[in-house]
Design a protein around this ligand. Structure first.
Ligand code: M5T
Length: 242
């Protein structure tokens, strides 16, 4: 069972199907409990693939991904996914009401808890403004939310679950500045006490991370703290200055 949330990648190689070139190549690192590991890299470098191996959206081709010392393949899948919060660019919402989408990982949550989580995620206002509020249908037969609204629903969902491990993408798509800073505050609150793998689009969130991985073509091109990388890594300094 997942307790502390220590994540270890041990010489992980990953390829899609029979593809010749691996998407990830011999990746090893540890995310200590409660710490944040930021993952940087240009488009196609393998950032999404890397984080997707933790909740087993895909499985490593070689090597091991372990949580608290246990190979993720040996952890009950429902348990594994119930301890991991996902707040990604394309957050997974399903056809159903907003309420159902927020309480997805906590079917027992009361309406008060759902509203509290939505308020903390800066989502209550836009939800309350919809004709049917929390009972508004999403998806094919309902309304379509903007990227920023979807992200806030995903944050509310994760706040309700209080996961041990958090996988998040810090890009905020098309929201006004005030909303953006409130989302950042909600994310900071969500990250407290979680082991976080952060796909980082912003240098400010990278600088706050405990450990940084720079991915290039599926390999770790540099790793360390911001201060260490500024001292020793040309690649990192280039990213920092750009
Ligand atoms: C890494 C390839 C992709 C790229 C590499 C999802 C997916 C990806 N790929 C496939 O061949 N099949 C697939 O189903 O894998 O992709 P990534 O992990 O999405 O990279 P990223 O997260 O660093 O990129 P981005 O653009 O999200 O910043 O060669 O073609």
């Amino acid at each position: 069972v997942i307790r502390e949330g220590r994540i270890e990648f041990d010489r992980v190689t990953f390829r899609f199907g029979a593809a010749e070139v691996p998407v990830l190549h011999h990746i090893s690192f540890t995310a200590e409990p409660g710490k944040t590991v930021a993952i940087l890299g240009s488009t196609g470098a393998g950032k999404s693939s890397l984080v997707s191996l933790v909740p087993r959206l895909y499985d490593a081709t070689e090597g091991q991904v372990r949580i608290d010392g246990v190979d993720v393949r040996d952890i009950d899948l429902d348990h594994l996914r119930s301890r991991i919060g996902l707040v990604l660019q394309e957050s997974v919402l399903f056809t159903g009401t907003i309420r159902d989408n927020i309480r997805y990982g906590r079917p027992d949550a009361s309406d008060e808890e759902i509203e509290q989580a939505a308020r903390a995620a800066q989502a209550h206002e836009f939800i309350a403004n919809m004709p049917e509020g929390y009972d508004t249908m999403l998806g094919q037969r309902g309304v379509n939310l903007s990227g920023g609204q979807k992200q806030r629903i995903a944050i509310a969902r994760a706040l309700l679950v209080r996961p041990v491990i958090l996988i998040l993408d810090d890009s905020t798509s098309a929201v006004d500045l005030g909303t953006e800073s409130r989302i950042r505050a909600a994310l900071a609150e969500l990250m407290r006490g979680c082991t976080t793998l952060l796909i980082a689009q912003r240098i400010t969130s990278v600088m706050d991370a405990d450990h940084i991985l720079v991915l290039e073509e599926g390999k770790i091109a540099a790793a360390g703290s911001h201060a260490e990388l500024m001292r020793h890594s040309d690649i990192y300094r280039d990213i920092y200055r750009s």
